[in-house]
Ligand binder design. Structure first.
Ligand code: MG
Length: 493
């Protein structure tokens, strides 16, 4: 049998992989908390107390080689890099605290669990950075904080020393391209949001290069949401509590209702009747098998010439996607599988499944969707071979890495022509989460065997809340019962 060509529909959209929950970095500490001030020890303690992931702070060196934590080059007009420690120790922050020495700041950090983002400020006299940077690295290490500290800077000079000597992540603050960043030894990008708004594709490119993305200084709800939607690894903000709330909301567990339904190419029911069954469930996604498009089957006269997917999409108000497996040369039309989705697709791809014995061609139709308009999710429909157990097992093994490679929660549903205890089902249940039951689904009038299943990958991201099968009846709309599962997706796993 000739190899079928893949139908590939690619819709253009750039959505970064969102595997990990973004971390919140309190910019200059949690300085908007009561009694706090920028770069104060209290701001560090406050950032830790609200559970911020990291505290960012700025470091200068005095004329007599003492490291201080402060944002500006001066404190009340006293220039840090030209003043001595005697003068600086008498300077006060807005909350009445002394301007902290780095030594004291780190001593407090040792008692807390929060990570540290240490910024070396660009000194007017760049040679002073040559003293400040090694001193800061050593002090951090001596206090046992190296593992919790990463470094950032605008100064190329300080950056080079940090890359050479810290052995820790060094993120550059100047918005150079991902390629240049890696060439100069940066391990990540810590750029202003406008840089990423102008070059959103950099986020994906940085991730491909293994570089984390930190975005600053993001204070408005819209900007923080933009960072979440675009897959930032770190969000640096003066509003850490707002950012925490938005991240928590974005990554809250989601409830999805998923169906799998083999339609028996419309032999037993009209599209209206099948749509009514689907509408009664209000599912998020439906995996469909045995789908005809404009075909003229003798056995399904009432549905001749109908594009099942377009018709079901119209009758359910869902988005419809089709993947072809067979051409009907005479009198035309196609046969294959489909997906109905409440959520818009970013891309849909038809993947040929292994078919070493040249039996009936099979595919997995895999779509990438956005839940709530921004959270990526993968849903796939498939229909395995029905005769050869070896082919079926190969097909099961083939789809798992395709789904895992998506880097986001992925569900595959369909008629797998395999019962619980078979090699294919055991394999899928071992690798992923079984999201459907074991009651028989075929034949509909008197079900004897379970062959329709739903699986989720990775396993830890899914909880099966409840599952059921359509009622068996000799008047059923298909020879398979539909499978319906209520599923909880945990984006933090
Ligand atoms: Mg800073």
């Amino acid at each position: 049998m000739k190899r079928t060509l893949s139908l590939v529909i690619l819709l253009t959209a750039i959505v970064a992989v969102q595997a990990a929950v973004p971390k919140i970095v309190a910019h200059r500490g949690h300085h908007r908390a009561e009694g706090s001030a920028q770069n104060s020890i209290r701001s560090l303690v406050k950032a830790d107390s609200i559970g911020a992931d990291a505290c960012e702070f700025d470091v200068w060196i005095s004329a007599d080689d003492v490291l201080y934590v402060n944002h500006n080059a001066d404190v009340d007009g006293v220039i840090i890099e030209t003043a001595d420690s005697k003068t600086l120790d008498n300077c006060r922050l807005a909350n009445g605290e002394a301007v902290p020495r780095l030594d004291a700041f780190l001593d407090t950090a040792r008692t807390l669990g929060i990570d540290l983002v240490l910024e070396i400020k660009p000194h007017k006299d760049r040679a002073r950075e040559n003293v400040a940077v090694p001193m800061a690295i050593k002090m951090v290490a001596d206090k046992g904080l190296a593992d919790r500290t990463s470094y950032i800077t605008f100064s190329r000079n300080a950056f080079d020393i940090l890359v050479r000597e810290s052995g820790r992540p060094v993120l550059y603050l100047n918005g150079v391209s991902p390629k240049v960043l890696q060439e100069i030894g940066g391990t990540g990008a810590d750029y202003h949001i406008n840089v990423f708004r102008k070059n959103p594709e950099w986020i994906e490119e940085l991730h491909r290069r293994g570089c984390p993305v930190n975005i600053w200084t993001v204070d408005s709800e819209a900007d923080i949401q933009w960072c979440i939607d675009h897959g930032a690894d770190f969000i640096t903000t003066n509003e850490p509590e707002l950012a925490q709330r938005l991240v928590e909301k974005a990554y809250a567990p989601r409830k999805l209702k998923v169906m799998s339904y083999n339609l028996r190419f419309g032999e037993r029911a009209s599209m209206q009747r099948i749509a009514d069954e689907i509408n009664a469930q209000k599912p998020d996604f439906v995996a469909l098998q045995e789908v005809d498009i404009n075909s003229m089957r003798e056995l399904a006269k009432a549905n001749n010439g109908i594009n099942f997917i377009n018709e079901l999409a119209r009758l359910t108000g869902m988005f419809g996607y089709f993947g072809r497996t067979i051409n009907f040369s005479v009198p035309g039309g196609y046969y294959g599988i489909g997906i109905l989705s409440k959520h818009p697709a970013v891309s849909v791809e038809s993947i040929d499944l292994p078919n070493p014995k040249a039996v009936e061609p099979r595919i997995m139709l895999k779509g990438r969707f956005l839940l709530d308009g921004h959270m990526p999710f993968v849903f796939a429909s498939t229909h395995f071979d029905f005769k050869d157990p070896e082919t079926i097992a190969l097909q099961a093994e083939y789809i798992v890495p395709k789904l895992e490679a998506e880097g986001v929660p992925a569900i595959v549903a369909g008629d797998l022509n395999s019962a619980p205890g078979s090699k294919a089902i055991d394999f899928l249940a071992e690798k992923g989460a079984l999201l459907s039951g074991s009651a028989p689904t075929f034949p509909a009038e008197e079900p004897r065997v379970r062959i329709d299943h739903i699986f989720g990958f990775p396993k830890a991201s899914f909880i099966l809340d409840s599952t059921s099968e359509g009622p068996s009846s000799k008047y059923a709309a298909s020879d398979h019962l539909p499978v319906i599962s209520n599923i909880i997706v945990d984006y933090t796993k």
